[in-house]
Structure formats: structure tokens, C-alpha cells
Write a protein that binds this ligand. Structure first.
Ligand code: PGA
Length: 277
């Protein structure tokens, strides 16, 4: 009995130190990443105007700043952001190299024009365009193959949260999204935790809810790979992030920035980037 208790204590202690190690190493080395998701907004000419307006507001070397823009605005955005700290990302990409896939965009079309990031598996794509965990995995693998950093989205619905299955659901999404992804690749990935009920609703998750799930995602990455990978991967929160909510959210130990929809189209995005000022 005594032996069992001391064994259990030992286990708990070693778990604590593992979590502590992940935390310490991570906080020391992870740079925040704040990405705007423009969704289906802005024409190419409006893109120039918005980037002109935002570029002085988002200038920083403390965080990575990414604008994910509609496919037809990518070239214009890359031109407009030249010489700034803004990296340009796509909002989607197909998992084949080329061929008869009308309307789709191949990874080398993105790299050819200088796209650095791609959002994969946003809940709107899952809901309206039938993306599944399996297609998300194929796209993630393809993005890595081409040296594009995927921003891999996950998140639960309101029903799932109310049923108490949030963490199980997210772990499943993560495990499938990262199938056959190597630890070296995973270290450079970005995961965006976006509760579906918080997207575009003005209903931001509480800091505790967001931190709890982001910590669970990091632990899951630790299980799939190792403590070093868990410590390096960057995890964003997304869902109605605003200049008001960003400071507290981004100060959480497992939240490394945000994926921002509505507020990324406004000067407020500058305040979100400078959340700690
Ligand atoms: P929101 O969108 O900030 O408008 O809620 C976030 C997202 O969908 O990425």
C-alpha cells in the first residue's frame, strides 16, 4: 500500500516536472505570432489600402505578424508588404501538386509568389466546404513538403462544449492533423485553437477556457512527440479576439498569440499586435 502510494506520488512528480520543463523552455523560446484572417473580405485594390494603413501600426520585431488574405489578393499583398515585418499567408491550399482540380490552388503556386503561411482546416472550411480531419492532414503534410508553415485550426462546437467533450474532440483533431508529420516539422507548425461558438460572435472564450484547451493541445503534442516539440510549437487562440481581450489572453503561458478575424481588418489590429504595450 505504502509502496503504491509512493509510486503514485513519484509519477505525479515526474509529470509535474515534465510539464514544468515544457513550460520553462517554451516561455523562454517561443515568439508570439499574431495572424489576421481576412476571410472573404477585400478586393486587391482594397488590399493595398488596408496594408498601407496597417503597416505602421503593426511594425514590431517582438512578434511575428501574418496577414492571411484571399487567394486573388496574395500577389498584391506581397507587393504591398515588401520591406515591412508583415508575412503573407493564404487561407487555404489543395493537397495535390497539380492537375484536374478546378478552382483549387496548388502549394507551388503559393511558394512561387512568396507565400509563407497557410491556414488549414478553418472551421468555416470544415462546415461549408466539407473539409475533414483527413483532408486537413493531407494539406498539412503537403504544406510542410513545400516549406509553407501551416496554421492548423481546431475547435469545438457549442454542443461539444456543453457535452463536456471539448478536450477529447480537440485531441482527436490534433492527432489526425499531425499524422505522419515529423517532430522537426511539428516544431515549426502553428496551431490555432478556435472554439466555433466564439468565431465572429463577439463571444470570446474566457481566459481560463482558452488556456485550458491550449495547454491540453500542448500536452497532446508532447504525447505524440516529446517535451521539446511541445515546448517549441506555437499555439494561438482565435475567436472574437479584440484589442480589449488580447492582453489577458496572450499573457497565458500556453497561448502564443492569436488568429484574428474581424478585428484584423481594422486599425485595432495594431493594438492587438502591441497587446503588451
Ligand atoms: P473572429 O474570427 O476574430 O472574427 O471571431 C476568427 C477566425 O475565424 O479566425
Amino acid at each position: 500500500m505504502f509502496l503504491l502510494q509512493s509510486k503514485l506520488r513519484e509519477c505525479a512528480l515526474s509529470r509535474e516536472t515534465a510539464a514544468g520543463r515544457i513550460r520553462k523552455r517554451g516561455i523562454m523560446s517561443r515568439k508570439k505570432i499574431i495572424a489576421g484572417n481576412w476571410k472573404m473580405n477585400k478586393t486587391p485594390s482594397e488590399t493595398i489600402k488596408l496594408i498601407e494603413e496597417l503597416k505602421p501600426l503593426v511594425a514590431t520585431d517582438e512578434a511575428d505578424v501574418v496577414f492571411c488574405v484571399p487567394a486573388v489578393c496574395l500577389t498584391t499583398a506581397i507587393e504591398a508588404a515588401k520591406g515591412t515585418n508583415i508575412a503573407i499567408g493564404a487561407e487555404n491550399m489543395f493537397y495535390e501538386e497539380s492537375g484536374a482540380y478546378t478552382g483549387e490552388i496548388a502549394p507551388n503556386m503559393l511558394t512561387d509568389i512568396g507565400v509563407k503561411y497557410v491556414i488549414i482546416g478553418h472551421s468555416e472550411r470544415r462546415e461549408y466546404f466539407a473539409e475533414t480531419d483527413e483532408t486537413v492532414n493531407k494539406k498539412v503534410l503537403k504544406a510542410f513538403e513545400h516549406g509553407i508553415t501551416p496554421i492548423v485550426c481546431c475547435g469545438e462546437s457549442l454542443t461539444q462544449r456543453e457535452q463536456g467533450i471539448t478536450i477529447d474532440w480537440i485531441r482527436q483533431q490534433i492527432k489526425i492533423a499531425f499524422l505522419n508529420v515529423t517532430a522537426e516539422q511539428a516544431k515549426t507548425a502553428v496551431i490555432a485553437y478556435e472554439p466555433i461558438w466564439a468565431i465572429g460572435t463577439g463571444k470570446v472564450a474566457t481566459t481560463e477556457q482558452a488556456q485550458e484547451v491550449c495547454a491540453a493541445i500542448r500536452a497532446c503534442i508532447g504525447e505524440i512527440y516529446d517535451a521539446a516539440t511541445a515546448a517549441d510549437i506555437r499555439i494561438q487562440y482565435g475567436g472574437s479576439v479584440s484589442a480589449a481581450s488580447a492582453p489577458e489572453l496572450f499573457a497565458q503561458p500556453d497561448i502564443d498569440g492569436g488568429l484574428v478575424g474581424g478585428a484584423s481588418l481594422k486599425p485595432d489590429f495594431g493594438k492587438i499586435v502591441h497587446y503588451n504595450k
